[in-house]
Design a protein around this ligand. Structure first.
Ligand code: FNR
Length: 361
C-alpha cells in the first residue's frame, strides 16, 4: 500500500484534489455590496496557479445582516453569482478545486474591517445594522445587544443558507464549507456561553446542535451527490463551561450521518477573553480526536507553516487535509515549494511548467 502523504491526491465523492493542501478561507474585507471583484480573482487565482489543491473563498454572507463588515463578500442575491463564477472558472482552469465558505456572522456582525480597529458599527448612519443571535448577550462588553432570533427568523436563516448554496453551485463551486466556527451565528447556537435559550434551540446539547444540523441537512439536500460538503467548527471555546472537544465529537458524528464529508477543525473566537495556547500545530490534536472519535475525514488548520510539518500531519493520520492560512498570504506559491521540498513534481501553471520542470529538462 503506497503511503499517503501531503502530495497524495484525495478523492471525496466525485471530486479529486491533486494534493492535500487547502487554502483556508480568509476574509479580505474588500467587497462592495457583497460583490467579488478583481482583487478576489487575483488573490484566489494566484494560489490556484501556485499549486494549492483546493481554494476556499472567504466567509461569504448568506444575508446582508450576516456580514462581519460592510466589505464582506455575499451570496444573498443573483447579482453575486457571475463575479464568483469568474473566480471559480479560473481556479478550475488551473487544476484546482473551487470551494466557498457560507457564513452568517450573528452577534459579531456590523463591525469595521480589522485594519480599522474592528469595532462595532452601532448606527445606520455609520453603515451598521442591528445584529442577531441566539440570546441577548453581546460579544464584548459595550457591544450592541443581539436581537434573539425567533422561530420565523431561524427559518429565514436556514432558507438563506440554502439559497446561497444554490447560487454557489450555479457559480461553479465544487465544495461548499459551512462556517460553524469562530463565534459566528451557528457557533453561537452551539455554545452554552452564548446560547441561553429555553426553546428547542437551547439548553440540551441536542437543542444547541439543532440549528447547525438543520442547515447542514438543507445544504446536503441541494448539493448533488458528487460534490463534497465540509463544516468548519471551533472544537473548543477554550473556556470552562463552554463548547468543547467532547461535544465536537458528538456533533461530528451527527454531521457525518447527514452526509457531511469533512470537518475543518479550528477553535476559539466565541468570547474575547479566552486563554489560547497558540503554538505550532496547536489545533491538530482536535482534528485527530474528531477523525478517530467520529470516523469522519478532518482538515487540520492553524500554525502549520512548514511543508515537512504539514506532511507529518497527513502521514501520522491526524487529518486528511492541511489547511494553510497566513503562510499562503505570505507565499502564494507555497504548494509549489512544498512539492519541491517533499520531492514531488511541482504543479506549475502550464505556461511555466514546460520551461522549468526539473524532470522535463
Ligand atoms: C482568517 N480566518 C478565517 N476563517 C474562516 O473560517 N473564515 C474566514 O473568512 C476567515 N478569515 C480570515 C482572514 C484572515 C486575514 C486571517 C488571517 C484568518 C482564519 C483562517 O482561515 C485560519 O483558520 C487561521 O488563520 C489559522 O491558520 P494559519 O493562518 O495559522 O495557517
Amino acid at each position: 500500500v503506497p503511503e499517503i502523504d501531503l502530495l497524495s491526491p484525495l478523492a471525496i465523492r466525485g471530486v479529486t484534489l491533486r494534493n492535500r493542501i487547502v487554502m483556508s478561507p480568509m476574509c479580505q474585507y474588500s467587497a462592495e455590496d457583497g460583490l467579488a471583484n478583481d482583487w478576489h480573482l487575483v488573490h484566489l487565482g494566484s494560489r490556484a496557479a501556485g499549486g494549492t489543491a483546493l481554494i476556499i473563498v472567504e466567509a461569504t454572507a448568506v444575508t446582508p445582516e450576516g456580514r462581519i463588515s460592510p466589505a464582506d463578500m455575499g451570496l444573498w442575491g443573483e447579482q453575486h453569482v457571475e463575479p464568483l463564477a469568474r473566480i471559480a472558472r479560473f481556479v478550475r482552469s488551473q487544476g484546482a478545486v473551487a470551494g466557498i465558505q457560507l457564513a452568517h456572522a450573528g452577534r459579531k456582525a456590523s463591525c469595521e474591517p480589522p485594519w480599522l480597529g474592528g469595532a462595532s458599527i452601532t448606527s445606520a448612519e455609520a453603515g451598521g445594522w442591528e445584529v442577531v443571535g441566539p440570546s441577548p448577550i453581546p460579544f464584548r462588553d459595550g457591544d450592541p445587544v443581539p436581537v434573539p432570533l425567533d422561530e420565523p427568523g431561524i427559518e429565514a436563516v436556514i432558507d438563506a443558507f440554502e439559497a446561497a448554496c444554490r447560487r454557489a453551485l450555479e457559480a461553479g463551486f465544487q465544495v461548499v464549507e459551512l462556517h460553524a466556527a469562530h463565534g459566528y451565528l451557528l457557533h453561537e447556537f452551539l455554545s452554552p456561553l452564548s446560547n441561553q435559550r429555553t426553546d428547542r434551540y437551547g439548553g440540551s446539547l441536542d437543542n444547541r446542535m439543532r440549528l447547525v444540523l438543520r442547515v447542514a441537512e438543507r445544504l446536503r439536500g441541494v448539493m448533488p451527490p458528487e460534490l463534497p460538503l465540509f463544516v468548519r467548527i471551533s472544537a473548543t471555546d477554550w473556556v470552562e463551561g463552554g463548547w468543547d472537544i467532547e461535544q465536537s465529537v458528538v456533533l461530528a458524528r451527527h454531521l457525518k450521518g447527514l452526509g457531511v464529508d469533512l470537518i475543518d477543525v479550528s477553535s476559539g473566537a466565541l468570547v474575547p477573553k479566552a486563554t489560547i495556547p497558540v503554538s505550532r500545530g496547536y489545533q491538530v490534536p482536535f482534528a485527530r480526536r474528531i477523525r478517530d472519535g467520529a470516523g469522519i475525514m478532518t482538515g487540520a488548520v492553524g500554525m502549520i507553516t512548514e511543508p515537512g510539518h504539514a506532511n507529518e500531519v497527513i502521514t501520522a493520520g491526524d487529518a486528511d487535509l492541511a489547511f494553510i492560512g497566513r503562510e499562503l498570504l505570505r507565499e502564494p506559491y507555497w504548494a509549489i515549494r512544498a512539492q519541491h521540498e517533499l520531492d514531488g513534481e511541482p504543479s506549475w501553471p502550464i505556461p511555466y511548467g514546460y520551461a522549468v520542470k526539473r524532470r522535463a529538462r
